[in-house]
Design a binder for this molecule. Sequence first.
Ligand code: FO1
Length: 322
Amino acid sequence: MNEFTGTCVALSGGVGGAKLALGLSRILAPAQLDVIVNTGDDFEHLGLTICPDLDTLTYTLAGLNNTETGWGRAGETWTFMASLRALGGESWFQLGDGDLAIHVERTRRLAAGEPLSRVTAELTARLEIELSVIPMSDDPVRTFVETAAGALAFQHYFVRDQCAPEVTGFEFRGAKTATPSPMALGALADPALDAVVICPSNPFISIDPILAVPGLRGAIEDAAAPVIAVSPIVGGKAIKGPTAKMMVELGVTQSAASVARHYDGLIDGFVLDSEDAASGDEIRALGLDVLTTNTVMQSLEDRVSLAADVLEFATKLRSKSK
Ligand code: FO1
């Protein structure tokens, strides 16, 4: 692949986004990659401020992530949870002993008045992560899932109720008054920017909250670089999580093409899994360029290979637009 010399901004939620971000981090120098992360999953629990997507990304980049669960730390112990349960504490949200430390330390720093972006920079630096992991905003934004029975806080929907309720829509409470992270705006305005990558995270609950923060969507649209989305749907199914189920409940065909349409107007290119190559023409008809490759990331090599394909795709689109 010809050298990718510019900078790349990736938009990420949890697991799927973290996999591609890891692949990108193995190709690009730390100064070339900024990852803007969804904070709509965040919530206050047991007196702690918990930021799941920031933590999934942080642990993944630090090589500490639990690959079985997709969240929390590998090699975890559960003494705290067992003791909490024995005391009648809330135990529906599992906090491992090692994982607990990041929530306690983040909560302490936030209480001391440090903005979330600074807390994140300090915590990631402690874990020897050199690239910038950037919360979409330092202000609280909370995703609520609308259901026939009313609005559910995200973690109540996702963990306590195990994504069972039928979804009718989403609210990103606080988004309208949230200030976009200055680091995120700076990264998107960088003249050296050569790619914006929307990682294969859930478009509704992981990427849309980022785009709902005033100024971020506009900064992406105004960016001089090509914007590429990687499909989180393969063969009509999501690799992980409730994306496909949500599509059905929202009356959207559960397909990669639906994801391309969801981002219509924002993206220049779309990355399809080889299994969905047949829908390439439908997506091209939207005016998008399409790359078909393996998007299912099981190994580290898969993560790096997809990242290389995406960067090459961006370079191709960049040269086309010049
Ligand atoms: N997801 C679960 O399904 N069950 C859990 O008990 C759980 C605990 C948990 C603790 C810390 C953390 O950072 C994430 C955790 N998650 C858990 C995942 C969390 O619900 C995320 O929001 C999802 O991964 C979606 O991004």
